[in-house]
Ligand binder design. Structure first.
Ligand code: HEM
Length: 144
């Protein structure tokens, strides 16, 4: 049996932002970035809310420290990250699980066909939905 070819991952984490960036590559980079941001928030959230264990005063003090316009803005950025991750994640599930917009399998004979002309509208459509969702959530978020 032929030995499988092994490629070294020479770029390591630099590969995340190396190379020529097209729309889909930015989508991938942002998905990874927002995924990590949400995980980071989850850990912070557990630490912050655990202040309740030390009594009502500790809870009030902690809540006071994470209030104000700066934290409110950061919260909105978090909503933006979750919205992007959710809508782009749905797009990935449509493509990877359901095979939407992949096209029929065919032999790679010149002239080659690409499924990009199906996949890009899906990406743009999901981003428009995410944008609308963010506009509505900004409305709800900023009005008391
Ligand atoms: C609406 C909810 C969510 C959906 C639909 C979703 C969808 C996805 C999908 C489909 C992937 C795989 C991406 C790929 O195939 O390349 C993924 C990756 C990931 N997700 Fe989510 N996700 C959601 C919520 C979350 C939450 C709440 C967190 C954090 C607590 C999270 C953290 C991550 C991380 C860290 C990755 C790995 C990213 C990477 O390796 O590039 N996701 N998500």
């Amino acid at each position: 049996m032929a030995k499988p070819v092994q490629y070294n991952n020479r770029l390591g984490m630099k590969g995340w932002w190396g190379g020529r960036y097209g729309l889909e590559r930015w989508a991938y980079f942002l998905h990874r970035l927002t995924g990590l941001v949400i995980v980071l928030y989850l850990i912070l959230h557990i630490f912050v809310t655990s202040a309740r264990v030390f009594g009502p005063e500790a809870w009030e003090a902690t809540m006071g420290a994470v209030g104000g316009p700066v934290f409110r803005f950061l919260e909105y950025l978090l909503i933006a990250a979750i919205t992007y991750h959710g809508f782009n994640g749905l797009r990935l599930i449509f493509i990877e699980w359901f095979g939407w917009s992949l096209g029929r399998p065919r032999r790679p004979i010149y002239p080659y066909v690409t499924s990009l002309h199906h996949q890009r509208p899906l990406l743009i459509g999901m981003m428009i939905l995410a944008f609308l969702f963010l506009v509505f959530s900004a409305w709800g978020f900023l009005t008391p």
